[in-house]
Design a protein around this ligand. Structure first.
Ligand SMILES: Nc1ncnc2c1ncn2[C@@H]1O[C@H](COP(=O)(O)OS(=O)(=O)O)[C@@H](OP(=O)(O)O)[C@H]1O
Length: 396
């Protein structure tokens, strides 16, 4: 008989396996009861488990008169599909997110001012001017249906992403009120992006960059302080090489790893402004999160064990979430060609499934001396991270 209640689902390539190039992310596809919640195509990082989004949203909107109503939610999924349920409209595979500006900011064109959206493109593909443009509901739908723009929920501070448009702030509002409105708005906007959570369901979201985004802990906390957070971490040296490999695959003319890893003015110093290096300073990012969430709210998953013992790590994830252990050893096999564990049978499919080509790419050869220096750089930072988490990840 089919078990009821929340469980982890083994769905697509992004499923119960995990990814962690971006240091902190967990790539679990989740199912809400029997209905799969499609997650984004990027590896995950922070997993938000919010028990009651709608209540959370109501309190946000009550506290701030600027936000009267946020009636739309967006999911990323298959084809564009509109469904109505309890006054909530859900668009699937509207790879766009929209935020209701209420009262509407004055933006052009605003044919339907009551339903005006700020739109942001994934990776900044839209021009800055377009990013600042508020779009009407119809325009958002159009973009979604044409799949021209991919917009992901974001807690970062990029202009034109979440929140009232800074260029159109109401003159009568004081600075504090405005800041608070922006903060609440972002929290509400995030909540609005989450699917409605019903009894017996868990809502999850994954965005690697949250872990390293300064504003994210405060905003996630504002959305729900009961959120559970899952962070997948991998040896920061391997992570940096993986990060570089990914960038190299998109920009073949990239300077060498060592050129980027060391400062121009002093070849002895590691360049911590390079994101591939900076992201691996886990202790620093965690400090920022611990200002808002106690350690008990976190689960740290080892990226290395995820490869050597995926079922074991998934067992920890299920325990942490209070779920019955549904995902076990019998779901995985080691694929010799891929060199990684794969799923024997994802949900809804009779065929085995491995993660895609961009996961588990061969890394370029980096001189041993360079890796050694990087390892020395990370050693004390890793130790600090072990102390903070109470976990030894064994990165030597
Ligand atoms: N089962 C399985 N199959 C394939 N790959 C696996 C698996 N488990 C973990 N990994 C590792 O995931 C790394 C990619 O991490 P992300 O998904 O976070 O990267 S991304 O930034 O979202 O592209 C990817 O890093 P690279 O090896 O550098 O490609 C893999 O090492």
């Amino acid at each position: 008989m089919e078990e009821s209640g929340p469980k982890l689902a083994l769905m697509g390539p992004k499923l119960a396996l995990i990814s962690h190039r971006s240091s902190s992310s967990i790539s679990i596809s989740i199912s809400i009861s029997s209905r799969p919640l499609p997650l984004s195509a990027v590896s995950l990082l922070v997993l938000l488990v919010a028990p009651d989004q709608s209540r959370c949203m109501q309190s946000v909107t009550r506290r701030n008169p600027l936000i009267q109503q946020i009636p739309f939610r967006f999911q990323q999924a298959g084809s564009l599909k509109r469904t109505k349920q309890r006054n909530t409209t859900t668009f699937q595979n509207l790879s766009v997110f929209g935020i209701l500006c209420s009262p509407p900011v004055s933006c052009a064109p605003a044919a339907n001012a009551a339903q005006t959206f700020l739109v942001k493109s994934r990776g900044g593909a839209l021009s800055a001017a377009r990013q600042r443009t508020c779009w009407t509901w119809n325009q958002v739908c159009k973009v979604g249906s044409e799949r021209r723009s991919f917009i992901r929920p974001s807690l970062t501070d990029q202009p034109g992403s979440l929140g009232p448009d800074r260029h159109h702030r109401p003159a009568e509002d004081g600075e504090e009120a405005w800041k608070s409105a922006q903060g609440s708005f972002k929290a509400a906007a995030l909540a609005s992006l989450m699917p409605r959570t019903l009894e017996g369901q868990i809502t999850m979201e994954k965005t690697p960059s949250y872990f390293i985004t300064k504003e994210a802990p405060r905003r996630v906390h504002a959305m729900s302080r009961h959120t559970k957070l899952i962070v997948v971490v991998r040896d920061p040296v391997t992570r940096a090489v993986s990060d570089y490999t990914q960038t190299l695959s998109k920009s073949p003319g990239l300077p060498s790893f060592q050129n980027l890893a060391f400062r121009n003015d002093s070849a002895a110093l590691i360049d911590t402004s390079w994101s591939a290096v900076r992201i691996g300073i886990y202790a620093k990012h965690l400090e920022n999160w611990l200002r808002y969430f106690p350690l008990s709210r976190f689960l740290f998953v080892s990226g290395e064990r995820l490869v050597t013992d995926p079922a074991g790590e998934m067992g920890r994830v299920q325990d942490f979430l209070g779920l019955k252990r549904v995902v076990t050893d019998k779901h995985f096999y080691f694929n010799q060609t891929k060199g990684f564990p794969c799923l024997k049978k994802p949900e809804g499919s009779s065929r085995p499934r491995c993660l895609g080509k961009s996961k588990g790419r061969p890394h370029p050869q980096i001189p041993t001396e360079v890796l050694l220096r990087l390892r020395n750089f990370y050693r004390p930072l890793n130790l600090k991270f072990y102390q903070m988490t109470g976990q030894d990840f064994g990165w030597s």
